[in-house]
Design a protein around this ligand. Structure first.
Ligand code: AMP
Ligand code: ZN
Length: 114
């Protein structure tokens, strides 16, 4: 997607503070952090959100979660605790239309989420 900001981060056209990259995904610091540690994990492939995910993508979905756990450990929040969130569509709070997994930590999270 030529006009997608996260495709541009994945391809290096837009700079981000990269935390992890491999052939399937990229992780980077959120530009507007909502917690002391706030990273995003995205697939390199443009998917809009979880509504587009099929059983054919199970490997990718599992990989995104494993990388989220890895960046949480590297970010020092694994022991204290962290939250992973896929915001999906308008009522899910999604504003960037490329699938991304939020990794938030470093403070007490509220429940239920807002
Ligand atoms: P969502 O509301 O789930 O769509 O979240 C989109 C997230 O992307 C927000 O937390 C933004 O701060 C973050 N974001 C948007 N543009 C960038 C960027 N260029 N680099 C890093 N994070 C970004
Ligand atoms: Zn994209």
């Amino acid at each position: 997607m030529s006009d997608c900001p996260f495709c541009k981060i994945a391809s290096g056209q837009i700079q981000a503070k990269l935390l992890h990259h491999d052939e399937q995904c990229v992780a980077f610091a959120d530009i507007n952090p909502q917690a002391p540690f706030h990273a995003l994990v995205i697939p390199r492939r443009h998917l809009v959100n979880l509504n587009e995910l099929s059983t054919a993508d199970e490997g990718l979905a599992g990989h995104l979660l494993a990388v989220a756990a890895q960046v949480a450990r590297a970010g020092g929040v694994a022991e204290s605790g962290w939250r992973a969130s896929f915001n999906t569509n308008r009522e899910g709070g999604q504003v960037i239309w490329h699938l991304h997994l939020h990794v938030l930590g470093g403070r007490q999270m509220g429940w239920p989420p807002g």
